[in-house]
Design a protein around this ligand. Structure first.
Ligand code: C2E
Ligand code: CA
Ligand code: CA
Length: 490
């Protein structure tokens, strides 16, 4: 019945329905006014036509009501209806979880197969979810490629089994040639303690759990914890005040000296950002840089830091100080902005920065991608008179082999090499990395060195520089000037 009504509605909207009802109502009027000799026939006709008109109106009402809870794409429940039914079911006894499901890389499916196939897949997924839920449970589409499920809770093990079963069925979804689409659902699970909580809030919590599933998951299921929410709220708060913090110059460059190993004197520094909040005090970059990399704001912070360092080098030049090269970090986010380096070049010109007084640190993870684009950037950095280094080398998956393909000037050995006690094998690895770098005429900088014994070992290896707590921590600029130039500035 619903299908027939849906077909009528699709074909001509409600026009036929409305016209039919109006005709019947006119019919009613005619019967009333018309002189029908037999009163029994007149009453029978009146009841018949009136009944039909009433039926038509109530069917339209019933159907519209049902449709308002339907999702246009999947034919299953939409968000509003899902929330309504969930609320109703939660009045019953028993424990429940709210599950937020998201299709991994659905955008790719739409791009590869087109939106129609994408819609078909969404329909199939809704069917699969509807099949999985039993009495007292429900499912629906929340938005785009996100679905919600209210499921009964017994044990986490059982729940995980049920969710994995859904993914096994997902794996079978295939195109007409039988090639699987490779669809995986990510599940965020929120265990409901307070059944009176707004369903939209439960969905938000489940979504928070979903977001913490990393790309290298074993099981694509995240379970909500209070700490996740605190983390998210903290991030929201930092995001809210980041712009004004930049405008009010609350991002401050600290300098960590780099020591030349042979003479144990300062031969450079790395600029590391600190967020000094008027109320909170110091916020460390490990807390906000990953967040800013996610929302893109890191490019503004990097550019600001770069300009601050150029100003500083300009000031040191004016004061006749010896030249101490400073390195700045360049996040991988810049790569999504074409010609982003133009602004860097303008700043270099503006402060008349002498060659080789700035080094740009590119993170190792950039080197997994397009090497030719990276080499173009390295050439631009060199043409602008700056040096270039690979940061965090050894922390990821890049190979020694790629070193020969990029024309950088220096290699920064990540602190993972020096964590814990370095054993014989660890020493052999450090030695071969340094030797290879030397063969390629790259300078070597060891980061995160904390112990004197490691300094002696690195000396034997002919490593060029050390940046680590063993010599000095990152410090405010005036303190660095005192240490490097032996006098109080200013
Ligand atoms: P990074 O670029 O690898 O910077 C070195 C980090 O190691 C610094 O942490 C430094 O304080 C720390 N470190 C140095 N020596 C030692 C040591 O001996 N032991 C230990 N345990 N740690 C040491 P920091 O300043 O907290 O910065 C953390 C990360 O935040 C940086 O790692 C970098 O990835 C990022 N970062 C900092 N400033 C900026 C910036 O201006 N732009 C961008 N894009 N990222 C930045
Ligand atoms: Ca760095
Ligand atoms: Ca580093």
């Amino acid at each position: 019945m619903e299908r027939i009504l849906l077909a009528i509605k699709k074909a001509c909207g409600w026009i036929i329905w409305d016209v039919l009802t109006i005709i019947m109502l006119i019919g009613l009027l005619v019967i009333v006014l018309k002189d029908i000799s037999d009163p029994a026939v007149k009453v029978a006709l009146l009841i018949l036509v009136f009944g039909a008109a009433l039926l038509s109106l109530s069917m339209k009402y019933w159907f519209s009501n049902r449709q308002s809870g339907r999702d246009d794409v999947t034919g299953g429940k939409n968000k509003k209806e899902f929330e309504r039914i969930t609320k109703k079911l939660l009045r019953g006894n028993g424990e429940y979880v709210l599950v937020y499901a998201n299709i991994d890389r659905f955008k790719l499916i739409n791009e590869t197969y087109g939106n129609d196939v994408g819609d078909q897949i969404l329909r199939k997924i809704q069917l699969l979810l509807d099949n999985e839920v039993v009495r007292g449970e429900t499912s629906g589409r929340i938005m785009a490629d996100n679905f919600g499920m209210l499921m009964r809770f017994n044990t986490m093990k059982l729940l995980k089994q049920r969710l994995s079963r859904i993914n096994h069925q997902m794996a079978e979804l295939a195109d007409e040639k039988g090639n699987p689409y490779g669809i995986v659902l990510y599940f965020g699970v929120y265990r409901i303690h307070d059944k009176n909580m707004e369903v939209s809030t439960m969905l938000e919590h489940a979504n928070v759990a979903l977001k913490k599933i990393g790309p290298s998951y074993l099981v694509p299921i995240g379970i909500y914890s209070k700490a996740d929410m605190n983390h998210l709220e903290r991030e929201k708060m930092l995001e809210m005040k980041m712009q004004s913090a930049l405008e009010h110059r609350c991002f401050i460059p600290y300098l960590q000296p780099k020591y030349e190993l042979e003479t144990e004197t300062i031969a450079g520094a790395e600029a590391l950002v600190r967020w000094i909040d008027p109320k909170e005090g110091m916020i460390y970059p490990d807390e906000f840089i990953p967040l800013f990399e996610g929302n893109g704001f890191v490019t503004e912070v990097d550019l600001y830091m770069f300009e601050e360092i150029c100003k500083l080098i300009h000031k040191w030049n004016e004061e006749g100080r010896r030249q101490i090269p400073i390195s700045v970090n360049l996040s991988r986010s810049h790569f999504s902005v074409p010609n982003f380096f133009d602004e860097y070049e303008n700043i270099l010109k503006k402060y008349n920065i002498p060659p080789k007084s700035i080094e740009i640190e590119l993170t190792e993870s950039l080197f997994y991608n397009d090497l030719s684009a990276l080499n173009d950037l390295v050439s631009r950095i060199h043409n602008a008179g700056c040096l270039c280094s690979i940061d965090d080398f050894g922390s990821g998956y890049s190979s020694l082999n790629m070193l020969k393909d990029v024309e950088v000037d220096a290699l920064k050995l990540d602190r993972v090499f020096f964590e814990n006690n370095v054993d014989k094998r660890g020493k052999d690895i450090i030695q071969s990395v340094i030797h290879l770098a030397q063969a390629l005429e790259l300078h070597t900088i060891s980061e995160g060195v904390e112990e004197r014994a490691q300094v002696e070992f690195l000396k034997q290896m002919n490593c060029d520089l050390i940046q680590g707590y063993v010599f000095a921590k990152p410090m405010p600029i005036p303190q660095f000037e005192e240490l490097a130039f032996g006098e109080k500035a200013g």
